[in-house]
Design a protein around this ligand. Structure first.
Ligand code: SF4
Length: 387
């Protein structure tokens, strides 16, 4: 059966508020029957409030609509984000006055409030889920869509996978990329050659390990898999291997699986706002120029298909190359534009495939436009002859 994904286009036919994105979000909340589902529920609205000077996260106007819908339905809402983002949320416009509900750090101010769940995966033995996520009886996963240097893009999966865990687990998830060996020091004993490998990388992605002489360290976030370093490295000394890159996306899917295990069926819904999509994530603490045209707002109870629908819709757009930071380069033009930017092993669809394998959602969906953009036909110029 096809999973429904509700969609409101960023485009309008008429310059009227009822055709704008916040109004379309309201229509999506109706189609998801949100008000009918939250009576007496403790509702965590998980979002990323950004960091430092960021201003492209989900605008409070949208969040307030969701908060109001929860209140209308008799639920008890709170917005929640990891402590170091929640701490400065007010400076970016997220406060109880603007949103209509409190903003809490997911695991308390010092990230000491969590529940540990055993589930071995590479270097991870247990997943520490933030207390205010697990204590909620209903969750609204409200994500902002953007690129991401570790996995190509961030949206519904990413918002829960990293944002519902404490810092220790978030760090361990990034470390999964280093679990499988990629540097074989015995094949490159020469320090000058190691230096040449490091300087071959225009993105400073591979460096000598600060703690272990003779070891090289790959900064996966900066690596776009251009393979210049492989042309310098002695045979067999270095691998730029999908297994390392894919590990993070699989970890994200497993993390979401753990979060889902703490909610009863039907008690999580997902919203994604695909506007002002920057090349990297909102953790960076600033907002750079958008690299894709605004797409719209999406809603679904199925996390796999909402991310797939977002990728399918945004993937039909052109990459706004003139808006790219000059330090980034496009060296492949296959697949989604986020993949062009972050490299072939950071295919943004991967996390949805791992999620589908874990049974977190389906692969097929029906995109339902809640207010299709009317194509207005203009009378031909000259229809009434000018004098
Ligand atoms: S593949 Fe390219 S970006 Fe990655 S470490 Fe090697 S040279 Fe740097």
């Amino acid at each position: 059966m096809l999973s429904p994904v509700y969609f409101g286009s960023a485009r309008q036919a008429r310059l009227e508020a009822k055709e704008s994105l916040p109004a379309k979000l309201d229509l999506i909340l109706d189609r998801l029957h949100l008000r009918d589902r939250v009576k007496d529920e403790t509702v965590a609205i998980k979002m990323h409030t950004g960091n430092n000077l960021g201003y492209s996260t989900v605008h409070p106007v949208f969040v307030r609509k969701v908060v109001q819908a929860v209140k209308d339905g008799g639920g008890k809402p709170y917005v929640t984000d990891v402590n170091w983002d929640a701490r400065g949320a007010e400076e970016r416009g997220y406060s109880s006055e603007t949103l209509g509900c409190p903003v809490f750090p997911t695991a308390g101010p010092d990230e000491k409030y969590f529940y540990a769940h055993a589930r071995p995966f590479k270097n991870i033995q247990e997943w520490k889920i933030a207390g205010l996520i697990q204590d909620a009886t209903f969750m609204i996963n409200f994500a902002h869509v953007k690129g991401h240097p570790t996995c190509g893009f961030g949206a519904a999966f990413k918002n829960l996978a990293l944002g519902c865990m404490v810092g220790e687990t978030r760090g361990a998830m990034h470390d999964t990329m280093h679990f499988d060996r990629y540097w074989f020091a015995e094949r490159c004993p020469d320090a000058d050659t190691r230096q040449r490998i490091a300087t071959s990388c225009p993105h400073a992605a591979i460096v000598e390990d600060r703690h272990q002489s003779g070891e090289m360290h790959l900064h996966f976030e900066q690596c776009n898999q251009c393979e210049r370093c492989l042309q310098v490295a002695p045979p067999g000394s270095l691998k730029i291997d999908p297994v390392n890159f894919y590990a993070f996306q699989e970890a994200c899917a497993i993390s979401v699986e753990q979060v889902f295990s703490t909610f009863a069926p039907g008690k999580i819904t997902h919203l994604s706002l695909a506007t002002h999509m920057t090349p990297v994530c909102d953790c960076f603490g600033f907002t750079s120029m958008p690299i894709l045209p605004d797409a719209g707002v999406f809603g679904s109870d199925d996390i796999v298909v909402i991310d797939r629908a977002v990728l399918d819709v945004t993937g039909r757009s052109r990459l706004i190359e003139e808006n790219l930071p000059t330090s980034l380069e496009v060296h492949t033009r296959e697949g989604h534009p986020f993949r062009w930017l972050h490299g072939p092993y950071k295919d943004p669809y991967l996390v949805t495939e791992y999620g589908a394998q874990l049974g977190l959602g389906s692969c097929e969906y029906e995109l339902i436009d809640v207010l299709p953009v009317e194509q207005i036909e203009h009378a031909p110029i000259g229809y009434i002859p000018a004098r």
